[in-house]
Write a protein that binds this ligand. Structure first.
Ligand code: GLC
Length: 542
C-alpha cells in the first residue's frame, strides 16, 4: 500500500469504477481489470486517491456481481487474482488505493454455503441463512417484502421451508445472528487486506441484521416518503436493526489495525440515523453515503438544507461523503442537470468543495450522461422485475474514452455489453485536449482541493445569499458560491480572488464584495481570513 497516511480517505477524492463498463482489453465487450490498469495514468492525472471497484467476484450475474458466488476470487470475465494483485501494485505506485465492494447481506444462491444450506435441514451451513416455516395455509412466514418487489420469502421445496431474500430470490440473505457468519467475513476481510486492498464499500450496510423474532413490518405513517407509502410497509424488521452496529464496531477494529477504510452503502434519509453509522465514539464506519443529497433536486435551498442537517447531526469528527452518481441511482449529469454543461460544472464544483469526501463515478469527470437502454439491450434483471425499481442500465454504459467506434472502451467491431452513448459529443480524449473542458475543470478542482487546507479539512458554514444561490465558507479563507438557477444573481462575499470559476475566463479575477454570477455559474474564491463568530459563521463586516 502507498504511504499509510491514515487521513488519505478524508483528504482525498474517491472514484467508483463499474468494472464491466470501464475498459475492455480482451475484446469480449466487457470491461476488465486489465482495463483499469491501462487507465491508471488517466486517474493519476485526474488526481484521484482511491478507487472503489464494483463487485469483481465470481457471480452468476443475476444482479451483476451483487450476487457473489465466491468472495475470495475474481470473476474470470474480469480477470484473475494475479491481475488484481498487479492492479493494487500499479495503483499503489501512483499513490492510488483500491477498495473492493463487500456484499455481506446476501450471497448468490450458487454460493457453496447456500448450495449446502438448502441440501437438508441438518446441513452444516443451514443456519447461515434465514429459514422459516411457511404459514399453515402455505403463505410466507411474515409480511416482509423484497426491495425488488414481491414477498421476501421463497419456498424451498426440497426442505419445505422458506428462505429470506431482501433482494432477488437468487440472493438469499445471510443470518447475522450466527457467529460463524461473522467469523467467515472476518476471514474474507483479512484475506483482502493481506492482498493490499485498502478497504471496502459495504453493500446494504444498514440491512445485515433482521429481527430475531421475524415480526411483521408495520404499515407506513403519514410522514413516510412516497416509496414507503407505495410499498405499504416500513422496513424496520427485515433490515435496519440496531444490532448491526455491533458488526461495524468489530469491523472498525479490524480496519483500523491496518489503516483500512470502511464505506457504508447506507440508504437512510434521516441524518440522525445516518450519523449512528459512524458510531457514537467514531468507532464504526469511516464514511457513509448520503442518499438524501443524491436524491435532492439541484436547488440551492434543498441542497443547503441537507448539508446543514448533516453537519448538525454528525458527531464531531465524522466525515460526510458526497456523491452525485452511482450504479444504482444513475448519473447526476442527467438526474440533476438534464445534460446541461453549465449545471454539470456547478455540480462538480459543489461535490469537490463541500466539507467531506467526494466520490466521483466513472464518467462524472467528463459530464457523461445516461444512455437510453431499451428492448433487447436491457441487462438489469432486478430492474426488469422490480415493482418500484427502474432499469439501472442507463447509468452503467461504457466509459467514453474517444470519439472512435467502440469509444476506446472496446474494439470498433465488438458489440459492447451495453450500448455506448454519444462518444463524439462527450469523451476523455477530446476533453483532455481542451483546457476549458469539464475534464480540466474537474481536475483543477481536485488539485485546488489538494493544495488548499480549507477545502480539505476546513469547517463548513452557510453564508447569506439570494435564494437562487448557495454560498458557503470553508475554513477561514475560502468561499464557494454556486448559482443554481437560470437567472443572474449578485452574491455578497468578502473581497477576494476567484481561484476557479465554472467560467474559466474568470479564474484570477478580483472580486470586491459583490460577486455577480450568470445563470448556472459558480466560483471558488480565496478571501480575506474571517474570524469565526457565534456558530462558526464569519462575523459580518463592520
Ligand atoms: C446494493 C447494490 C445494488 C444491488 C443491491 C442488492 O444496493 O448497490 O446494485 O442491486 O445492493 O445487492
Amino acid at each position: 500500500m502507498p504511504n499509510d497516511d491514515a487521513a488519505w480517505w478524508r483528504d482525498g477524492v474517491l472514484y467508483q469504477i463499474y468494472v464491466r463498463s470501464f475498459a475492455d482489453t480482451d475484446g469480449d465487450g466487457i470491461g476488465d481489470l486489465q482495463g483499469v490498469i491501462d487507465h491508471l495514468d488517466h486517474l493519476a492525472w485526474l488526481g484521484v486517491d482511491g478507487i472503489w471497484l464494483s463487485p469483481i467476484h465470481p457471480s452468476p450475474n443475476t444482479d451483476w456481481g451483487y450476487d457473489v458466488a465466491d468472495y475470495l476470487d475474481v470473476h474470470p470475465e474480469l480477470g484473475d487474482l494475479q491481475t488484481l494483485d498487479r492492479l493494487v501494485a500499479e495503483a499503489g505506485a501512483r499513490d492510488i488505493r483500491i477498495l473492493l465492494d463487500l456484499v455481506p447481506n446476501h450471497t448468490s444462491d450458487r454460493h457453496a454455503w447456500f448450495v449446502d444450506a438448502r441440501s437438508s435441514r441438518e446441513a452444516e451451513h443451514r443456519e447461515w441463512y434465514v429459514w422459516a416455516d411457511p404459514r399453515p395455509d402455505g403463505s410466507p412466514p411474515n409480511n416482509w417484502l423484497s426491495v425488488f418487489g414481491g414477498p421476501a420469502w421463497e419456498l424451498d421445496p426440497a426442505t419445505g421451508q422458506c428462505y429470506l431474500h431482501n433482494f432477488l430470490p437468487e440472493q438469499p440473505d445471510l443470518n447475522w445472528w450466527n457467529r460463524e457468519v461473522h467469523d467467515a467475513f472476518d476471514d474474507i476481510m483479512g484475506f483482502w487486506f493481506e492482498r493490499g486492498i485498502a478497504g471496502f464499500r459495504i453493500d446494504v450496510a444498514n440491512g445485515l441484521v433482521k429481527d430475531a423474532e421475524l415480526r411483521d413490518n408495520p404499515p407506513p405513517t403519514g410522514e413516510d416518503p412516497p416509496e414507503v407509502l407505495r410499498r405499504g410497509q416500513r422496513f424496520v424488521h427485515n433490515m435496519n436493526r440496531p444490532e448491526v452496529h455491533d458488526v461495524y464496531r468489530r469491523w472498525r477494529t479490524l480496519a483500523d489495525a491496518s489503516g483500512r477504510v470502511l464505506v457504508g452503502e447506507t440508504w437512510l434519509f434521516d441524518p440522525e440515523v445516518l450519523a449512528t453509522f459512524y458510531g457514537s465514539d467514531l468507532d464504526e464506519l469511516h464514511l457513509c453515503f448520503n442518499f438524501s443529497f443524491m436524491f435532492a433536486n439541484l436547488e440551492a435551498n434543498a441542497l443547503r438544507a441537507i448539508v446543514e442537517a448533516t453537519d448538525a447531526a454528525f458527531p464531531e469528527g465524522a466525515q460526510p461523503a458526497w456523491t452525485g452518481s452511482n450504479h444504482d441511482v444513475g448519473r447526476f449529469p442527467s438526474r440533476w442537470c438534464a445534460g446541461d454543461p453549465a449545471r454539470i460544472r456547478c455540480s462538480l464544483m459543489t461535490l469537490l468543495t463541500l466539507r467531506g469526501t467526494p466520490f466521483l463515478y466513472y464518467g462524472d469527470e467528463i459530464g457523461m450522461t445516461e444512455v437510453p437502454v431499451v428492448g433487447e439491450d436491457v441487462r438489469d434483471g432486478p430492474g426488469l422485475i422490480g415493482e418500484a425499481q427502474v432499469v439501472r442500465d442507463p447509468g452503467r454504459t461504457p466509459m467514453q474514452w474517444t470519439d472512435q467506434p467502440g469509444a476506446g472502451f472496446t474494439r470498433g467491431d465488438v458489440r459492447p455489453w451495453l450500448p455506448i452513448g454519444d462518444r463524439r459529443a462527450i469523451n476523455v480524449e477530446s476533453q483532455r485536449r481542451d483546457r476549458g473542458s469539464m475534464l480540466h475543470l474537474c481536475r483543477d478542482l481536485i488539485a485546488l482541493r489538494r493544495e488548499t487546507p480549507d477545502l480539505r479539512s476546513g469547517s463548513y458554514a452557510s453564508l447569506p445569499s439570494p435564494k437562487e444561490a448557495w454560498t458557503w465558507r470553508r475554513g477561514s479563507s475560502t468561499t464557494v458560491a454556486v448559482n443554481l438557477s437560470g437567472v443572474s444573481v449578485t452574491v455578497p462575499v468578502e473581497a477576494g480572488v476567484i481561484a476557479i470559476g465554472t467560467d474559466r475566463s474568470r479564474d484570477g479575477e478580483t472580486v470586491d464584495e459583490d460577486l455577480s454570477l450568470g445563470p448556472w455559474e459558480g466560483a471558488v474564491l480565496r478571501v480575506a481570513p474571517a474570524s469565526a463568530g457565534p456558530g462558526g459563521r464569519p462575523r459580518p463586516r463592520s
